[in-house]
Design a protein around this ligand. Structure first.
Ligand code: F0G
Length: 435
């Protein structure tokens, strides 16, 4: 009997499906699906085994996802599709820590993945499953990073790939990646949520495989980041883990990862998982702030310069809610100004990230966390993912939705120099106003 199966997360349904059933939601009630294991795992020796694998040259051990394969729903003979994802740094960040008045702040930089975002840790699992199922065409809707990631993994797996993106709302860098990796890119006149609806209809055809984070195999890959982080912290779990929220797959995955670590006895407590949304694209934060938490209302017209998280109808909100609720975390919003300033501060630590990632540091500053508490912020994408935003900020030209000028509080503008004026150190000192 296979070690894993799929199960509806709805407590009133809980219908089970085989691992190879090509479903994205429960065929009975429409609920999201979790992948569950049949028998508890004997975790006693795993910490040592995982550590030993770091010195191995086996491609599965070189991957920060497949190194933890005891917790993944695949057998040992599976042909994996990998680009050596994961193994991302956990940084001290003194300037960001000062900015948040939290000396123990650390930044887990998922932008250091092969295609520059956290999506790769999930995509390696989803595309491996696509190949296992014999899919012909892999598809996704995307604000850009999922597109870049899928395009790369589909190329590695030699699968046809089609991507649906909101026309004019994806950064050049992300679009460039998807095109270069050979994906067919469909630019649609609508927002991300329009694209997501279109692609879900398309995926009703058997030969098409959808790899947005509604796909539970994506979540399986992404949950291993919790394992890697716990290992990097020598299994001392931080008080808080803070992530940006868009379609809410990432927060769901961290929730599942930490829960499984706890259940298997590898850790003795979970971090509080807190999700930060941009103020103009914050349906989850609105839901969280309601007293009864009864009705989830989508945001019809999401707005933010952090284009990665410009999402009004997050497909995984129920799983993310479970993660926040189970761990005692929260959900808050940050303004465009707060995102821009936090991003610039993270940059000053020598750690570039994209705007969506900076919601974390902006949010942590506002959360009221005590100085002696430990916090890990997850940076989800690399600074090179959206350079227009960076240049506009530093040249005092960043305009937020509603025509609001962002103050470039930490600007670092380029200095125009006439070549004749720069001959020696004194000239340089005069230009830079230093002595
Ligand atoms: N940060 C970045 C850089 C992202 O690209 C995304 C999502 C998120 C945060 C939000 O993560 O959706 O799991 O809550 N980007 C998706 C995409 C939607 O299409 O690339 P989430």
């Amino acid at each position: 009997m296979p070690s894993h199966y799929q199960r509806c997360i709805n407590p009133d349904c809980r219908t089970e499906f085989d691992l190879d059933a090509r479903l994205y939601v429960c065929s009975r009630c429409g609920g999201l699906l979790d992948i569950e294991r049949r028998e508890a795992i004997d975790a006693a020796s795993l910490r040592v085994l995982w550590q030993q694998r770091r010195a191995s040259l086996d491609p599965r051990d070189r991957s920060g996802v497949w190194r933890f394969r005891e917790f993944l729903p695949f057998t040992d003979d599976t042909q994996i599709v990998s680009l050596g994802e994961g193994n991302t740094p956990l940084y001290d960040a003194p300037r960001s820590a000062d900015y948040c008045r939290l000396p123990q702040l650390k930044l887990k930089h998922q932008g250091c993945n092969p295609t520059g975002s956290f999506k790769d840790t999930g995509m390696t699992a989803a595309v491996t499953q696509a190949r296992k199922l014999g899919a012909r065409l892999v598809v996704c809707a995307s604000t850009g990073n999922t597109a870049a990631s899928l395009a790369a993994y589909a190329a590695r797996a030699d699968l046809m790939c089609a991507i649906v993106v909101p026309s004019g709302h994806v950064s050049h860098a992300k679009l460039a990646q998807a095109l270069d990796y050979g994906a067919k890119v469909l630019e649609v006149d609508g927002n991300f949520d329009t694209c997501m609806n279109l692609i879900r209809e398309l995926a009703e055809d058997e030969s098409v495989y959808l790899v947005n984070s509604i796909n539970p195999f994506r979540i399986e890959g992404q949950k291993t980041v919790a394992f890697e982080l716990a290992e990097q912290l020598e299994w001392r779990i931080p008080d808080h883990l803070v992530v940006p929220g868009g379609n809410l797959g990432n927060s769901s995955a961290f929730g599942k990862g930490f829960r499984e670590l706890l259940e298997s006895g590898l850790i003795d407590r979970q971090p509080k998982i807190t999700v930060i949304q941009a103020e103009g694209a914050a349906p989850f934060a609105k839901f969280y702030s309601e007293d009864e938490h009864e009705s989830f209302v989508n945001e019809e017209h999401p707005q933010t310069l952090a284009s990665a998280i410009k999402i009004g109808a997050p497909v995984s909100w129920q799983k993310a809610w479970r993660a926040v609720r189970e761990t005692g975390g929260s959900v808050i919003t940050v303004t465009e100004q707060e995102i821009a300033d936090a991003k610039a501060i993270i940059g000053r630590d020598g750690i570039g990230c994209e705007p969506a990632s900076a919601t974390t540091v902006a949010g942590i500053r506002k959360l009221g966390i005590k100085e002696n508490e430990s916090v890990v912020a997850v940076l989800t994408g690399h600074v090179l993912k959206d350079t227009d935003y960076v240049i506009n900020y530093h040249s005092e030209n960043l305009i937020a939705p509603g025509d609001v000028q962002i103050a470039s509080s930490f600007r670092n503008s380029p200095i125009k120099v006439v070549s004749q004026d720069l001959h020696n150190l004194q000239d340089l000192q005069d230009i830079l106003k230093i002595n």
